[in-house]
Design a protein around this ligand. Structure first.
Ligand code: NAD
Length: 256
C-alpha cells in the first residue's frame, strides 16, 4: 500500500526511536520512493536516529539537529537543508513535550512554566518551522502535524497537552490560510493513542488503549503505519484539494 512520491523530498521531525509515530511516517514515505531528511532534538537522539535510518531502503543521508525551543536552531537547520538539497516538498511535525507531573491530576494545578513549555515545544514550534521551511518550498508543498483528540475534548489526564493541541490545530488553520497562496497546504492528523516514549508520560494510558479496543468502531488501536500512510496521502497530489483540515486516524473513536 504505497503512494508514488519519487523525486520529492520531505523533512521528518521527531523520530526518537522505532516506536515514534514519525518513524511510521518515515517508513511509509521511504516505501513511496521519497527522499527523506531527518531532524532530531538533541545529541542523545543522533545515534539512535542514524541507526534506524540506516535500516530504510532509500539512502537518506541528511540527518540534522533541530531543537525547536531555539529560533537559531530551527533557522540553522533549514539553512543547512537549503544548502544541501535546495527545494523540499513538505515536512512532518511530530514533536511534543509536557512535564510528566502535569499529565495527571487536576488541570488547574498546571504551572505557568509547564503551560508555556508545552505550548512552546508542542504548538509554537509548528509556526517557527513553517516560517523557515517556506522559502524552501519553491514548488509548493505540504506540512503535516500530529494532534490528538484531547485537543478537541477533555480526555482524562491529557490536561496541559490538550490545550497545546487545541492551539496547534488552530495554528494549522492560520498557517493554511497564510500559505495557501504559495501552494503550500497545512493539515493535521489526529492519531489514536499509540504506545510511544511521549505517551508513557500520560497517566492511565493503558486504560485509554483498552477503551479504544472495546468501543472504537474498528475495535482496534491505531498503528504508526496507519498514520504514516495517511501522511503519505497528505504529502501526495491525491490530497491536493485539502488544507487546514484535521483528519482523524483513530479507528473512528472520535465519532462516539
Ligand atoms: P515520541 O516521543 O516518539 O516523539 C516525540 C518527539 O518530540 C521526540 O522525537 C522528541 O525528541 C521530540 N521533541 C521533544 N522536544 C523537542 C525539542 N525541544 N525539539 C525538537 N524535538 C523535540 O512520541 P510520539 O507519540 O511519536 O509523538 C509524536 C507526535 O504525535 C507528538 O506531536 C504527539 O503529541 C503526537 N501524538 C501522539 C499520540 C500517541 O498516543 N503517541 C497520539 C496522538 C498524537
Amino acid at each position: 500500500m504505497s503512494i508514488a512520491l519519487a523525486g520529492k523530498t520531505y523533512v521528518i521531525m521527531g523520530v526518537a526511536n522505532k516506536r515514534s509515530i514519525a518513524w511510521g511516517i518515515a517508513q511509509s514515505l521511504d516505501q513511496s520512493g521519497a527522499r527523506l531528511i531527518f531532524t532530531y532534538a538533541g545529541e542523545r537522539f543522533e545515534k539512535p536516529v542514524r541507526d534506524l535510518v540506516a535500516t530504510l531502503d532509500g539512502n537518506h543521508e541528511l540527518i540534522l539537529p533541530c531543537d525547536v525551543t531555539s529560533d537559531e536552531s530551527v533557522e540553522n537547520c533549514f539553512a543547512s537543508i537549503k544548502e544541501e538539497v535546495g527545494t523540499i516538498h513538505g515536512l512532518a511535525h511530530c514533536i511534543a513535550f509536557a512535564k510528566t507531573e502535569e499529565l495527571a491530576g487536576n488541570f488547574y494545578d498546571t504551572s505557568r512554566d509547564g503551560f508555556l513549555l508545552a505550548q512552546n515545544i508542542s504548538s509554537y514550534s509548528l509556526t517557527v518551522i513553517a516560517k523557515y521551511a517556506k522559502p524552501l518550498m519553491t514548488e509548493g508543498g505540504s506540512i503535516v502535524a500530529l494532534t490528538y483528540i484531547g485537543g478537541e475534548r477533555v480526555m482524562p489526564n491529557y490536561n496541559v497537552m490538550g490545550v497545546a493541541k487545541a492551539s496547534l490545530e488552530m495554528s494549522v488553520r492560520y498557517l493554511a490560510a497564510d500559505l495557501g497562496k504559495h501552494g503550500i497546504r497545512v493539515n493535521a492528523i489526529s492519531s489514536g493513542p499509540i504506545r510511544t516514549l511521549s505517551a508513557k508520560g500520560i497517566s492511565g494510558f493503558n486504560t485509554i488503549l483498552h477503551e479504544i479496543e472495546e468501543k472504537a468502531p474498528l475495535r482496534r488501536n491505531t498503528t504508526p503505519e496507519e498514520v504514516g500512510d495517511t501522511a503519505a496521502f497528505l504529502f501526495s497530489d491525491m490530497s491536493r484539494g485539502i488544507t487546514g483540515e484535521t483528519i482523524h486516524v483513530d479507528s473512528g473513536y472520535h465519532i462516539l
